[in-house]
Ligand binder design. Structure first.
Ligand SMILES: *Cc1c(COP(=O)(O)O)cnc(C)c1O
Length: 453
């Protein structure tokens, strides 16, 4: 299988190279050159598999340049640090509402599903190519900690994570800055998440710097992340009852559009998921896009659901490419107009099976409280956004993207109960090791020059 760029101006690559490259040299994002099509017989066969085996059956169709027995072992190792035997359990709240819990990994958020795997893929690559890798990422909270926990202590790697100083939750910061691993650098930037992401894009645009340090991206633009995330949609689909699985709407708390994109791509591979709801917080570029066809940036307002505090959803470009029939020229036109004018108005926006909801900070505590009172179930502030506007005409499966224990203050204020988790209690006892930097490409490059492996 080869992987092509959404901007169509760079050669196709194999899986391992596309994963190592991250952002394509032409500024685009990698996608499979064709999507496999699953039949009813495939789905019946998949039904019997446990999580890691299902993941192997899925990924072997894409990672065709990795020997199957090696791939299987990389995948098996990637899901051993999850604390629930089902890896991604479904909790039924009532006959119309269930929750897919994606927070049983080492950093208690859904990003562990992709980043535990990505860490092991990088390790494999270092070993087979006899080369070190420097991983660089920007995070609004959970990506950084999940990436760090995927790579901490792995020989031949260093990881640099940029995050907006003071805008992640204290526990998210501790997960990044209290790892006690020598190859981990938590870089607190004086600016917003979008400033961090802009600096990252600048650094990756410099081919010389990038090649010199063998830099790799770990953001949700990385191909391996999207593919790894397809798997829990497949797993969940197969675990819904036969009577409801083709009726159920998957409701997804969304920021960079990486999570929900994976579900939608799986649907395009022939898995008959009925529809998706894109649930945003008050930073609602995607809600505006899916309701009006206008894709337009505005300022970021920090919210109670910080991992969704972004105004430019990088993975939207992948949706655009696929929904426009792989028209790379169209993608270039949209992205260029968007870059120069801050927006793009689609005349006939193709929503496919997406709808959208929006939830501002005023509503989040009330939703946490009402879910708790109705179901005796505690949702984190991101998952709460997904409960803002559930469909009336079909069952909903809400993707719970983080453990409530990561946001104890918001939960306590809403319901008077403070959730906790043993792994987080441990972190509070460790010293914080972070590096304060200006949101300035020069300062960040100098830091990487001094510390890269
Ligand atoms: C990252 C994150 C999101 C947003 O996911 P995207 O892939 O960026 O849409 C939602 N909730 C939590 C808890 C997250 O960490």
């Amino acid at each position: 299988m080869k992987f092509v760029s959404t901007r169509g101006q760079t050669p196709a690559l194999g899986f391992s190279d596309a994963v190592a490259t991250g952002l394509a040299p032409d500024g685009g994002l990698y996608l499979p050159e064709t999507l496999p099509q699953f039949t009813a017989a495939d789905l019946a066969r998949f039904q019997r598999l446990g999580y890691a085996e299902l993941c192997f059956e899925f990924l072997k169709l894409f990672a065709t340049d990795i020997e199957p027995s090696v791939l299987r072992s990389i995948i098996a190792r990637s899901y051993t640090k999850f604390s629930h035997p089902d890896i991604a359990p479904i909790v039924t709240l009532d006959e119309r509402t269930s929750v897919l819990e994606l927070f049983h990994g080492p950093t208690l958020a859904f990003k562990d599903f992709a980043l535990q795997l990505l860490g092991n893929l990088y390790e494999h690559q270092c070993a087979t190519r006899h080369q070190s890798i420097n991983v660089l990422g920007a995070t609004s909270g959970d990506t950084g900690s999940a990436a760090i926990h995927g790579l901490r202590g792995k020989p031949g790697t260093a990881i640099f994570i940029l995050y907006p100083d003071g805008r992640t939750s204290p526990l998210q910061e501790r997960q990044m800055a209290c790892t006690e691993a020598d190859n981990v650098y938590a870089l607190a930037i004086n600016g917003s998440f979008d400033d961090a992401q802009a600096a990252l894009k600048d650094i990756f645009a410099d081919q010389t710097f990038r090649t010199h340090h063998r830099l790799s991206a770990v953001n949700s633009i990385n191909l391996a992340r999207v593919l790894a995330q397809c798997v829990y949609y497949l797993y969940a689909y197969l675990r819904l009852s036969a009577a409801t699985r083709n009726e159920t709407e998957f409701v997804v708390p969304t920021g960079n559009f990486g999570n929900v994109l994976a579900g939608w791509m799986l649907q395009k591979m022939g898995v008959p998921i009925r529809s998706f709801k894109v649930a945003t917080n008050q930073n609602d570029i995607l809600h505006r896009l899916f309701t009006t066809g206008d894709y337009r940036v505005s300022a970021v307002t920090p919210s109670l659901a910080p991992s969704m505090d972004i105004q430019v959803s990088s993975n939207f470009e992948r949706f655009l490419y696929l929904s426009e029939g792989r028209d790379a020229a169209k993608v270039r036109e949209v992205m260029q107009t968007f870059k120069t004018t801050g927006g793009y108005k689609f005349e006939n926006f193709n929503r496919d099976t997406f709808s959208a909801s929006r939830c501002d900070d005023v509503r989040i505590p009330g939703i946490i409280k009402s879910v708790y009172e109705r179901f005796h179930y505690i949702v984190d502030p991101h998952t709460a956004c997904a409960f803002a506007d559930l469909a009336k005409d079909r069952p909903s499966l809400v993707l719970a993207t983080a453990s409530p224990a990561k946001f104890p203050d918001t939960i306590k204020a809403a319901i008077g109960v403070e959730p906790t988790d043993p792994s987080l209690e441990l972190l509070k006892k460790r010293p914080l090791k972070k590096h304060l930097l200006k949101a300035d490409t020069g300062a960040i490059r100098a830091f990487i020059d001094a510390n890269a492996v």
